[in-house]
Write a protein that binds this ligand. Structure first.
Ligand code: UDP
Length: 366
């Protein structure tokens, strides 16, 4: 297949390339300004990298040419760092909505299949978060179905929702072009993919606040407390990046089934509260390092305002209905959370473990 991958150098893109370039089956043209995570593929004759942002004016004619040449365009390019949603909202809206608009238009013009990476954040909060008592545990109120669940976001002043809102707008745009112009599309809503190369370790190779895995991992590596935002009661389901990439490959193999669909890609069996995740991660790290003191690694509570700044509001729970992925793609994830954590944390330990403690000052006042 001839595949264009935008944002191919990130966490998901790098794993997708690992998988797609295993054989000679595909020719891939990618865009990403950063090649660190994909350096091993740069000499592969089936892969061409344009080391540019997709909105760079100098790359527009190459982009047009590549989309015209392709069978499918996979868009992974995004600012998807939760700490930026409320602190850097204009860039978040621009990159996730306006920068994507021309790409959608090119796919419409050439009638190319667009696999558009969205986010499970488009669901926002669950209906169950607005009710008390037993109703909170009613699956009809918290399960997330791609085609029937309402998308519930907070007020405009809670700028956390800028990302979700921009992504939702792209979903609506893509769907509208499907209806009006016959644009072939598939929308992917990822639910907390975890694996090696995810994000970056704060205070080491990036600024700001990455997602929870990298935050907790950084805390363990640097022997700083793991911080539970607003008590750590939010729940997430965690899916292995390898199984998530397998879902994408199944879409590529079944275009007639994937076309016109939105898919939740997540693992229902791996649901944890953030407090449980911290607990499991410190135990896993004790196993990996053989240092039993990590079993009692400090865990502290912090308010979201202090951790993320003003305008943060959390998605309380994300339990995906994955019936469509199972019936249309034959996809069913089964790697247990402990295995996902062990594999992922072993990678981070190998990459950063040796030098981590020596180079970083402890957080003052925790
Ligand atoms: N979180 C936390 N401690 C951290 C980082 C994040 O308790 O050091 C919480 C965050 O408030 C949210 C959950 O972990 O409830 C998942 O956050 P993440 O940044 O991974 O992204 P999300 O799943 O919300 O897209």
């Amino acid at each position: 297949m001839k595949i264009v991958i935008l944002g191919c150098g990130g966490f998901v893109g790098s794993h997708l390339l690992d998988r797609l370039l295993k054989t000679d089956e595909h020719q891939i043209v990618g865009w990403d300004p950063d090649e660190k995570k994909i350096s091993k593929h740069l000499k592969n004759s089936n892969f061409t990298l344009h080391k540019k942002y997709v909105d760079d004016p100098e790359t527009q004619s190459d982009l047009r040419q590549a989309i015209a040449w392709s069978d499918v365009v996979i868009n992974l390019a995004a600012i998807c760092n939760p700490a930026e949603y409320n602190t850097n909202p204009i860039s978040v809206i621009r990159s996730n909505l306006f920068d994507v608009y021309p790409i959608v238009q090119l796919c419409v013009e050439y009638k190319r299949w667009l696999i558009s990476f969205s986010t499970s954040e488009v669901y926002g909060r669950t209906l169950s978060s607005y009710v008390d008592g037993a109703a909170y545990d009613n699956p009809d109120l918290y399960e997330l179905n791609e085609d029937t669940t309402p998308l519930i976001m907070g007020p405009i002043s809670n700028q956390r929702w800028t990302y979700a809102c921009a992504k939702q707008m792209v979903e609506r745009l893509v769907f509208a072009h499907h209806k009006e112009d016959g644009l072939p599309f598939t929308i992917v809503r990822p639910l907390n993919f975890f694996g090696p190369r995810m994000d970056y370790i704060p205070q080491r190779d990036g600024d700001g606040i990455p997602r929870v895995l990298a935050c907790f991992m950084g805390a363990l590596l640097h022997r700083q407390p793991m911080q539970l935002v607003d008590g750590g009661t939010a729940r997430r389901t965690i899916v292995s990046i390898y199984e998530a990439v397998d879902a994408i490959c199944r879409m590529l193999q079944r275009p007639e089934r994937a076309n016109g669909q939105i898919f939740n890609i997540g693992n229902r069996a791996n649901e944890v509260t953030m407090a449980e995740l911290a607990e499991r991660m410190r135990k896993t790290y004790a196993r990996i390092t053989g240092d039993a003191s990590f079993n009692d690694h400090p865990i502290v509570k912090v308010t979201s305002e202090r951790f993320y700044g003003e305008g943060y509001e959390d998605c309380d729970r994300r339990m995906p209905d994955t019936t469509k992925a199972r019936t249309l793609l034959g996809w069913e994830p089964n790697i247990p959370l402990d295995d996902v954590l062990f594999d992922t944390m072993t990678y981070f330990h190998a990459e950063y473990g040796e030098t981590a403690e020596k180079e970083v000052e402890p957080i003052p006042g925790e």
